[in-house]
Write a protein that binds this ligand. Structure first.
Ligand SMILES: NC(=O)c1ccc[n+]([C@@H]2O[C@H](COP(=O)([O-])OP(=O)(O)OC[C@H]3O[C@@H](n4cnc5c(N)ncnc54)[C@H](OP(=O)(O)O)[C@@H]3O)[C@@H](O)[C@H]2O)c1
Length: 338
């Protein structure tokens, strides 16, 4: 039996819960162990702890009607609850703060200090405190898995960590924000920036406050995570130039099209000749022969440049309930297998 606890029970956690239910709570490829939810901790929706296992079918059925009455415990000290609960893996899917990484850093630290593994989709902690968390995990003999922090369930972190062993990575660059790419794709069809943004909001791609997406802050967090994962370097936010897409006009987009080019919001991290690592977030004009040219709507893509293989581009979903829930599912299976 693998006992899990959700910290934050929003879209992503519910996506994972749905996948687990679909698979009858059995973890495929992971010794076919049963998975049991022993806790849900959410400061807004409510909490529930049950050492005998929570009935997730009922919780999810209600959640689909926006009814969280089954999460009837009002737990406000989430770290204390994480520490005290008897569980194997903590699913950290609470709020992202890319400036401080909190409260997720304290959730993760508490989980590791109390002998639990962590899987997470939260970008904040790994943008600002990657090394500290990985060192703590090593010290405690526990695992932290972060596949869903970049490009949701599309395998990127695993590829960067293992898939290119022997071919030195020198640069990673791509489209890592679905909302911005969706807006730019619609502008190519003649839609105004504001109309494209409200359509992205209606479709659930963009937040009510879209600043982080369109001004490049979400991409910045991913660039910082990639610098840590690929080059083992903690970049400082203030050292990275960040420019979003809000100043791109319809005429800029038309002019690009007339030259067989497209504007894309890109995030890049690379190592220069002297071995220095740099990051950059900005809209770039992409030519037809570039693998990023054809990436439209909310799709994401990352181009990895490495010494033996040259350019490898990975294309896939960058967000979504099931897509991001899958990243957590895959990470849980990897941890159980190891
Ligand atoms: N959605 C995606 O496609 C996607 C993709 C990749 C990564 N992510 C990341 O995955 C995480 C979860 O995303 P989501 O879309 O599921 O967000 P969400 O729907 O807003 O769910 C997060 C939940 O955590 C709760 N929460 C906030 N602070 C908390 C705390 N201190 N302790 C416990 N619970 C807390 C939130 O309550 P409130 O409603 O009051 O805030 C909310 O119910 C975020 O860090 C996000 O950046 C999401």
């Amino acid at each position: 039996m693998v006992k899990i606890v959700y910290v934050g029970f929003g879209i992503v956690s519910q996506g994972l819960a749905e996948i687990i239910l679909r698979n009858k709570s059995v973890l495929p490829l992971a010794k076919n162990l049963k998975i049991q939810t022993v806790g849900i901790l959410d400061i807004m929706k409510g909490s529930k702890i049950d050492a005998n296992g929570i009935n997730m079918h009922d919780v999810l059925t209600n959640a689909n009607n926006d009814d969280y009455s089954l999460l009837s415990e009002n737990i406000l000290d989430i770290p204390k609850a994480i520490q005290e609960i008897d569980a194997d893996i903590i699913i950290e899917a609470s709020f992202t703060d890319i400036k401080t990484g909190q409260p997720a850093i304290s959730h993760i630290e508490t989980a590791l200090n109390s002998g639990k593994h962590v899987v997470t989709t939260n970008k904040g902690p790994f943008a600002v405190a990657h090394e500290h968390i990985i060192n703590l995990a090593k010290l405690k003999g526990k695992m932290v898995a972060i596949e869903g922090t970049v490009m949701s369930g599309t395998p990127i972190i695993n590829v960067l960590n293992n898939g290119l062993l022997g071919s030195d990575i020198t640069a990673v660059s791509g489209i890592m924000n679905g909302t911005s790419n969706y807006i730019l794709s619609k502008m190519e069809l003649g839609m105004s920036y504001n109309d494209a943004l409200s359509q992205a909001q209606k479709l659930g791609y963009a937040e009510a406050d879209p600043t982080s997406d369109v001004e490049g802050l979400d991409t910045l967090a991913k660039v910082m995570i990639l610098a840590n994962v690929v080059f083992d370097v903690q970049l400082i936010q203030e050292d990275i130039e960040v420019k979003g897409i809000s100043k791109i006009t319809l005429s800029d987009v038309k002019e690009a099209a007339a030259n067989n080019k497209r504007w894309k919001l890109t995030g890049s991290v690379w190592k220069d000749q002297e071995g220095m690592v740099h990051g950059l977030v900005c809209p770039k004009l992409i030519s037809m022969n570039d693998s990023l040219y054809g990436i439209s709507d909310a799709t994401n893509a990352l181009k990895i440049t490495s010494s033996i293989l040259g350019d490898t581009t990975i294309v896939g979903a960058g967000a979504g309930k099931i897509e991001t829930g899958f990243a957590l599912y895959n990470d849980i299976i990897s941890i159980v297998n190891r």
